[in-house]
Design a protein around this ligand. Structure first.
Ligand code: LLP
Length: 403
């Protein structure tokens, strides 16, 4: 049990708290689900990129799925070996590609023919061969929020099957490219198995048709996307997820790569904020807290639901409130029409499921320093990122200030 009062007395608010033991149990659950095959869990660093979190997964044997060279560097810093690091993303710069190739990571997930051309050129300049995988867009509707849906031809991600095949042939004929894998990722917060199964089937068929022309791949990269419970969603059990994917791979000798992000971290994280005031505008009651959309953007950006729990001595009946932050935007809310009892100054609100796409999507909007982050492991808490101070926020501008 996490003692929110104790932790916020020590580390102040707003505060992110992560339960590393919960992350471990999720990691083991997913890894075990794939035990019938060789597999690598390549943690999607974007979900929660704190170095101590990444190191925690590294210590469990995890690899990393990275979408910028910054994330690749984080993976190395956290101790993930090169042979478990994947570099994905729809727009990688030449400098990023060069560094990834030089660092000899497991493979680069390629998202277009043009990108394949750049990789070949850069690998040639470096007089080396680059291992690649191609991200296939299976044109399957993942049935999730449109902002986090990626597997339809309407989305910018991946290439269609015909293009993918052409790219594999090109890569196979090149001295500087080594096609080792195939990749798909149809979206995030997926709660339906069927679209995942159908995508895996389409992609596995492409693997077979490549085999027929003597192109042998080693890695079947199924992306991330497993949904979690924020509210009353019915989620996909990891075992069923793994079975569905593995059932499409009959007769194929492939190592499965998974890129879980949210599944591992979302429900391990809490964002804790303090009540500043309550106020009434006409019929509407607001609870104003010290955390804001710059700390946790999901409610503002996706109208995402996060369960909110009050830590209070209040014994009053619950009433309907909006929970809002200090930022100058009407979109700055954590919940609308939420039931909470009357709250006093300095009561706490614990916002659940904040361990994925929480801190990482934060910003310094309104010149607000980002929160501290604390990790709890074996009932011991440890600061893993200090709170940003005003001086941190102006450091990169101060030297350019003209008198
Ligand atoms: N692999 C690739 C290629 C991805 O694009 C993503 C997430 C993942 C793996 C990890 O997906 P996960 O297992 O976490 O679903 N900010 C949004 C989520 C954006 C997801 C982007 N891609 C949110 O807060 O819901």
């Amino acid at each position: 049990m996490i003692n929110f009062r104790e932790l916020t007395d020590e580390y102040k608010t707003p505060l992110y708290i992560y339960d590393l033991d919960y992350m471990s149990s999720r990691y083991t659950e997913l890894k075990d689900a794939f035990k019938a095959r060789k597999s690598i869990m390549a943690y999607a660093i974007k979900a929660n990129s704190n170095l101590s979190v990444v190191k925690h997964f590294a210590d469990m044997g995890s690899g990393a799925d990275c979408v910028s060279i910054g994330e690749v560097r984080r993976a190395f810093l956290a101790g993930i070996p090169a042979y478990k690091i994947i570099f994905s993303g729809v727009g990688k710069s030449d400098a990023e590609l060069r560094e990834a190739i030089e660092r000899d990571i497991l493979y680069i997930n390629v998202e277009s023919e043009a990108e394949l051309g750049r990789i070949e050129l850069i690998a040639k300049e470096l007089e080396t061969t680059c291992r690649i995988s191609i991200r296939v867009n299976p044109n399957i509707d993942p049935k999730t929020h449109p902002y986090i849906s990626t597997g339809l031809h309407d989305n910018k991600f991946g290439v269609d099957l015909t293009t993918a095949k052409r790219m594999y042939i090109k890569a196979n004929n090149s001295d500087n490219l080594d096609p080792v894998g195939i990749h798909f990722h149809i979206g995030s917060q997926l709660t339906e198995l069927k679209p995942i199964y159908e995508s895996a089937e389409i992609v596995a068929d492409l693997v077979r048709s490549l085999q027929n022309i003597k192109i042998e791949l080693k890695f079947f990269d199924v992306g991330g996307g497993l949904g979690v419970k924020y509210d009353d969603e019915v989620t996909i059990p990891p075992y069923e997820y793994a079975q569905a994917i593995l059932s499409t791979l009959k007769g194929l000798d492939l190592t499965v790569i998974c890129e879980p992000g949210r599944f591992l971290t979302a429900n391990a994280g809490y964002f804790v904020t303090k009540v500043l005031y309550e106020k009434q505008n006409g019929d509407k009651k607001f609870v104003v807290v010290d955390g804001a959309m710059n700390d946790l953007l999901r409610p503002a950006l996706y109208s995402a639901y996060h369960k909110i729990e009050a830590v209070t001595d209040s014994k009053n009946d619950e009433r309907v409130v909006d929970i809002v932050g200090p930022v100058c935007e009407s979109g700055d809310f954590f919940a609308k029409d939420y039931m909470l009892p009357e709250l006093a100054h300095n009561d706490l609100l614990v916002i659940h499921s904040a361990g994925a796409y929480g801190f990482g999507m934060g910003s310094n909007y309104n010149t607000r320093g980002r929160s501290a982050e604390v990790a709890v492991k074996d009932s011991k808490a440890r600061l893993i990122r200090r709170r940003e101070e005003f001086e941190d926020l102006v450091a990169l501008e101060k030297e350019f200030l003209q008198s």
